[in-house]
Design a protein around this ligand. Structure first.
Ligand code: FAD
Length: 332
């Protein structure tokens, strides 16, 4: 897709022009899902509409990933093993082992603020050995890599504030990372995009009675989609701002959110019911308000904050080391 086509008044998008052939394709309605590098905001600006404001939060996250051959006859009772930072901002290193087909591991280091893991195998091992919980090093130290390391860098969150616009072309909406690209470490981008699609599905039947897409359809859609984006954005950016190097605008109520998050995570480590409730919020199954109940707030107030002094290096039940246990059918 190289551009949109417009009606004579340049207020309604009527189709797209294909980049490969230059061919025009007509459409009654277009959902632009072209990802983080979407040109949608530039194209609507070129047509005379306001371009959405942008927010960036700089975190300089880097992934370094190796595929590794699992030791033959390896006795393990997990399919995924991961560690996160023990003490932010002192620690910038986390990572995981994901069991994949063909008796292989996908081993990925995920690090903040340019503390990128080396791409040579020896350096990669040394990097994992330096983690506060060196369980990944202990698991892979006798394995052999298959092929070269793959690197991925993610410098900053990017949000385009379509919800603040007061004018927008008819016949067009923008979805997914094209609206908001979130720190991939938290694994929420697809969920937010899916929630937006669900929201679009709920909005579209309103057009059935009139037989056409209303002029303000997109503006209403963007406002409605904000609640999913805000839920993810506020919850995870507050964690990333624990690093003083993180660049950008802190979420509203940052000090309270930071305090509350710490208490909530501490409570989740010991309270099963709350752990499930918190996970549902993190996975956007329930809204953030669902955990702001007096009973949870009261317990969170007195939750014991984690003290990792003297932790053994491998303790899957500890808050910062997770192991997803194998099910009888091998699924995770
Ligand atoms: C390293 C990494 C790990 C992640 N892990 C997770 C995770 O565990 N869980 C999770 O939920 N999310 C995760 N995410 C985020 C997730 O991948 C994105 O949020 C999601 O893919 C967004 O979907 P999208 O369709 O909006 O954009 P994209 O998946 O980026 O798709 C956009 C597509 O549009 C195409 N395109 C762009 N411009 C044009 C054009 N002009 N014409 C035609 N096509 C075009 C692109 O080539 C691309 O194929 C991760 C992201 C990264 C980078």
């Amino acid at each position: 897709m190289a551009a949109y086509t417009w009606d004579e008044s340049a207020t309604r998008v009527t189709g797209v022009i294909l980049e490969s052939s230059g061919e025009s394709i007509k459409a009654d309605f277009i959902a632009d899902v072209s990802g983080r590098n979407s040109k949608a905001s530039d194209w609507v600006k070129k047509a005379g509409f306001t371009s959405p404001e942008r927010s960036n939060i700089g975190i300089d996250v880097g992934y370094t990933t190796f595929v590794v051959a699992e030791a033959p006859n390896n006795q393990r009772d997990w399919n995924m093993l991961y560690t996160i930072q023990k003490d932010i901002p002192a620690d910038t290193r986390g990572g995981g082992i994901f069991c994949i087909e063909g008796g292989r591991y996908l081993v990925s280091a995920q690090c903040y603020h340019k503390d990128y893991a080396p791409t040579d195998w020896e350096g990669f091992l040394a990097h994992f050995k330096s983690h506060p919980f060196p369980v990944i090093y202990e698991t892979i130290k006798d394995c052999q890599p298959i092929g070269e390391a793959i690197e991925y860098r993610y410098a900053a969150y990017l949000r385009r504030h379509y919800e603040k616009l007061t004018d927008f072309p008819s016949g067009l909406v923008v979805l997914g990372d094209a609206i908001c690209s979130l720190n991939p470490v938290y694994g929420q981008g697809m969920t937010v995009a899916a929630k937006e699609v669900e929201h679009l599905d709920q909005c579209l039947p309103q057009c059935a009675s009139t037989g056409h897409i209303a002029d303000k359809f997109a503006l209403d859609f963007f406002k409605g989609a904000t609640k999913f984006i805000d839920a993810a954005w506020d919850a995870i950016t507050v964690e990333d701002f624990r690093y003083p190097q993180t660049r950008g605008q802190r979420p509203k109520g940052y000090a309270l959110l930071k305090w509350l998050n710490r208490r909530f995570f501490a409570l989740a480590a010991t309270d099963k019911e709350f752990s499930v409730a918190l996970t549902k919020v993190i996975q956007l199954v329930e809204p953030p308000e669902s955990i702001l109940k007096p009973k949870y707030l009261f317990k969170a107030l007195f939750a014991r904050l984690p003290d990792y002094q003297g932790e053994p290096s491998y303790r899957p039940e500890a808050a910062s080391v997770g192991a997803v246990k194998q099910q009888p059918d091998g699924a995770i």
